[in-house]
Design a protein around this ligand. Structure first.
Ligand SMILES: [Zn+2]
Ligand SMILES: [Zn+2]
Length: 884
């Protein structure tokens, strides 16, 4: 005897046991089979900082659905997990921890600081892995990678040296985004632009040769100190005579030229603009074209440096006030206008960033982008949904050189050594012993590290062993799908395509699947500030992991945001419970000894043929949807089939047959459909399906015992022979009849103990439906159910007539309610309403009332009369239906 299943599903009791078993059995690790094409996902590595959030839970769930599905289809399936060291974001966290202890990284020194970072990162990695395991993810933990591991680090150094040797990496002075708080360069994508209510300052620059002046407008007057020209548009007639003249820079009294450049917008300010090449990207380009000098006026902490003359040492904003005061005194400040403009802020710390000319390392992005554009245009890589293709191409077509150096300690150190003797640099994968030019051993490594997106860009091949030539790399690369949020299409996907192509000569993946953001029930983005954040671990403790996965993905469609709401989470939990109850019923119905579960096709009654046909169609639909990345719709179809057809109808019909003991038994079909459905649902809800499948399996004959776990069972295939349109038509009609009678009962509030009478006309389906009158009786609580030979017989008084798709049903009123009592009740209500109507009519005819009462009161009385009169008509009409 087998132990009975517990009454209710308790996810916490079973989930982690199954996970442990899957892990121990090694199901997550694929076997390389050269005969088969593998399915491969490299997980976008979460940042080592902190815990998983609901967006990670969505990513993990979607990838797990794909991976489990392909694995069950017999494909060697690799899902490789990893963690990103997260560069600046991680360093900020640890620096904050140090600050709490009164320490900072400079006091500790580079080596000790990195030691601390490593310890902390190790802890975070463990937490994130555990959290992922709670979500049921079936990734191959034996291949887990960290961006700072030796393998990926070697890939980073190798890629750097190769690009450098090809002339695609260079060191140069360019405008970068400088965060004074984080003391590092940032990529354009790490800068958040916010509209700020600032001012536009109009400042007179006196001409050097005579008494005239030219007025320029600026939002950052402190940058006047770094001006090296004033520029106007060559087509601007107002300034034609000025071009070529010189002006005296206020505050520092430097003489600078007035030049003409097409980049100047004549509409902005006065039409003449100041050029500060070291502190503005557009000015920098103008300076390059015009051969202007660069004057950097800022220290790395954004205090003013020695080039700022008497302002040196002031903070940038204090300097602004000081200069404005001086300009005012000299009568050079013409006017100040309020001005809203977009100002870049550091994505990490929200401090205003400073555009700064700085010596940094860059990647020449255009040649790499060209190849990345081609593979998407050629269709070698598909982006789902397709509309993001345009966004991708547009970004790459306008790409600028990518600043890859960061003034941080945490990350991949730039593999460049500077000779202290001959100034030459040595670029090398491994630490060189000596300068490659002069042989001096007096060399020092570049102190900076690489942008974290540099290592991310290599992630699809560096995790598989590149630059080595391993079997893994050859077998699993190119990978199959890159699944990620649309918000990091550029950060991540575009760079991986560029670097994948560059390093391996092949695309990194065939398909990019982009998911949307998770929002709350009001459609708002989840954020700590709004206090609407759902923590995935807390959520799965309350509802169960499968319920959370169900709620997260039930509405999911490529590229669209989705809502995670309480009713959805409850819906997921209810679905798991519904499956539990149905399985418990089936399990309890199986004979303990020698159950014969063979399906004898030619002897099956209509409901068996119907559910098998529906299973076949559902299997085909779900398979098509999964292949189309429509996971939300696939899950919805399975939910509707299992709940709305199997549990609600088939199980109910089977109960009647089991009670009557009639042959053939419904058990073989009950078991078959349930077992196959659990496998269909497994990728979406892995834990509850495993628990139920195991409970079912242990009661089945020995040929069922070979497969140890549902996760390595075959994914069901649609059985075309099972499609039976006639059975579907008959069953749908029967369900329709039962359904309509139930609705009418609810509408007339018929007590549940009361049996109603029903007459059915089903035309040509009558012979097929008639045998089901006992089932209709039981399920609709209608007795007797009589079948009519012709539509003529349907007529009558005091009836409710229902016209259905394939049939018509009549229910005599008298069988639902006590006619006499109902008549009396209606008559009484008519009388009361009539009195009320008469009173209102009288009042509205009363001249005294009409002349004294305020208009609103009169209107209100009129409204009341209209409502009451309408009610009276309806009551009278209802009464006619109860006439004898
Ligand atoms: Zn910052
Ligand atoms: Zn040297």
């Amino acid at each position: 005897m087998h132990s009975d299943m517990p009454k209710a599903y308790e996810p916490q009791k079973v989930e982690q046991n199954w996970y442990k078993l899957w892990l121990e059995k090694g199901y997550f690790t694929p076997k390389i089979d050269p005969e088969k094409k593998p399915f491969v996902i490299i997980m976008p590595p979460p940042n080592v900082t902190g815990e998983l959030h609901i967006g990670h839970a969505l990513t993990a769930t979607l990838e797990d659905i794909m991976v489990r599905w392909h694995r069950m289809r017999g494909e060697p399936t690799l899902w490789l997990p990893g963690i990103d060291h997260a560069g600046i974001a991680a360093q900020v966290v640890v620096e904050q921890k140090l600050a709490e202890q009164g320490l900072d990284r400079h006091k500790l020194g580079r080596e000790k600081f990195l030691e601390r970072m490593k310890q902390w990162a190790e802890q975070c990695r463990r937490t994130i892995a555990e959290q992922h395991q709670r979500l049921g993810v079936s990734c191959d933990w034996s291949r887990e990678k960290f961006t700072l591991d030796e393998g990926p680090s070697l890939a980073v150094r190798t890629a750097f040296v190769r690009l450098y040797d090809k002339g695609l990496i260079y060191r140069g002075e360019r405008i970068i985004n400088w965060c004074p708080r984080c003391a590092t360069a940032l990529s354009d994508l790490e800068v958040e632009h916010k509209d700020i209510q600032g001012h536009l300052y109009y400042v007179k620059y006196p001409l050097a040769e005579n008494d005239g002046f030219i007025t320029v407008a600026t939002t950052r007057p402190e940058t006047i100190l770094g001006d090296t020209a004033v520029a106007v548009n060559p087509k601007d007639k107002r300034f034609k005579a000025m071009v070529g003249k010189k002006v005296i820079l206020p505050a520092v009294k430097r003489v600078i030229p007035i030049i003409a450049d097409n980049a100047v917008d004549p509409e902005f300010g006065t039409g003449a603009v100041k050029i500060t090449p070291a502190h503005d990207p557009v000015d920098f380009e103008i300076a390059q074209r015009q051969g202007l000098e660069l004057v950097n006026i800022l220290n790395p902490d954004t205090t003013m440096n020695e080039n700022a003359g008497k302002y040196a040492g002031l903070d940038r904003f204090d300097c602004r006030q000081a200069i404005l005061a001086d300009l005012e005194k000299e009568g050079l400040l013409v006017k100040i206008e309020p001005y809203t403009h977009s100002v870049g802020h550091c994505d990490r710390c929200q401090v205003i960033i400073e555009p700064l000319a700085s010596r940094q390392w860059f990647i020449k992005a255009q040649p790499l982008a060209k190849a990345a554009i081609k593979v998407v245009k050629d269709g070698r890589i598909a982006i789902i949904p397709e509309r993001f293709t345009k966004v991708y191409l547009n970004w790459l077509e306008n790409i600028r050189d990518w600043c890859i150096s960061r003034q941080l300690w945490w990350g991949h150190r730039i593999p460049v050594w500077y000779c202290q003797d001959c100034n030459e640099l040595t670029v090398s994968v491994e630490k060189p012993q000596a300068c490659q030019k002069c042989g001096s051993s007096n060399i020092e490594q570049d102190p900076d590290v690489l942008d974290t997106w540099f290592s991310s860009a290599l992630w699809t091949h560096s995790t598989l062993g590149w630059p080595g030539d391993s079997e893994e790399l050859r077998y699993f690369y190119p990978t199959t799908v890159m699944e990620t949020g649309y918000d990091i299409l550029f950060f991540w996907v575009a760079r991986m395509i560029m670097m994948g192509l560059e390093d391996t000569g092949d695309i990194p993946f065939e398909t990019v699947y982009l998911h949307g953001l998770v929002r709350d029930e009001k459609g708002e983005k989840m954020s700590k500030l709004r206090g609407n954040v759902l923590n995935p671990l807390d959520t799965l403790k309350v509802y169960g992991t499968d319920a959370m996965r169900f709620a997260l993905t039930t509405d999911v469609s490529p590229g669209n945001d989705l809502k995670l709401t309480k009713p959805r989470l409850e819906g997921g939990r209810n679905f798991a419970n519904k499956l539990w109850n149905a399985t418990r019923f089936v399990v309890r119905s199986i004979e303990p000894e020698g159950a014969d579960l063979k399906i004898e096709r030619d002897k099956l009654p209509v409901e068996d043929r119907w559910i098998l046909s529906r299973l076949s169609r559902t299997t085909a639909t779900v398979t098509r949807l999964m292949a189309d990345f429509q996971f939300g719709e696939a899950q919805r179809q399975l939910h509707d089939f299992l709940w709305g057809e199997y549990c609600d109808w088939y199980v109910e019909f089977a109960k009647i047959r089991l009670r009557s003991g009639e042959a053939p038994s419904p058990l073989p079909v009950l078991v078959h459909v349930l077992e196959a459905s659990l496998r269909l649902l497994h990728p979406c809800m892995p834990f509850v399906t495993e628990e139920l499948w195991q409970n079912l399996k242990q009661r089945l004959p020995s040929d069922w015992q070979e497969t140890e776990s549902i996760m390595v069972a075959d994914y069901p295939q649609a059985d075309k022979k099972a499609i039976d349109p006639q059975a579907e038509r008959v069953m749908e009609s029967i369900i329709d009849i039962i359904h309509s009678v139930r609705n009418v009962r609810a509408q007339y509030k018929v007590e549940s103990a009361r049996w109603v009478k029903a007459q059915v006309y089903a035309g040509e389906l009558t012979p097929a439906i008639t045998p089901y009158s006992p089932a209709i009786e039981t399920l609709a609580r209608a007795r007797p159910v009589t079948f009519l030979d012709s539509r003529e017989a349907l007529k009558g008084k005091n009836i409710v007539a229902l016209v259905l798709k394939e049939s018509e049903v009549i229910i005599p009123m008298a069988s639902m309610v006590d006619l006499e009592a109902e008549r009396k009740r209606l008559q009484k209500e008519i009388e009361e309403t009539h009195t009320e109507v008469a009173r209102l009519e009288a009042r509205l005819k009363d001249r005294a009332f009409l002349s004294k009462a305020p208009a609103v009161v009169v209107d209100s009385e009129r409204d009341k009369l209209a409502v009451r009169s309408e009610k009276l008509e309806k009551l009278k009409e209802q009464l006619t239906r109860f006439q004898a």
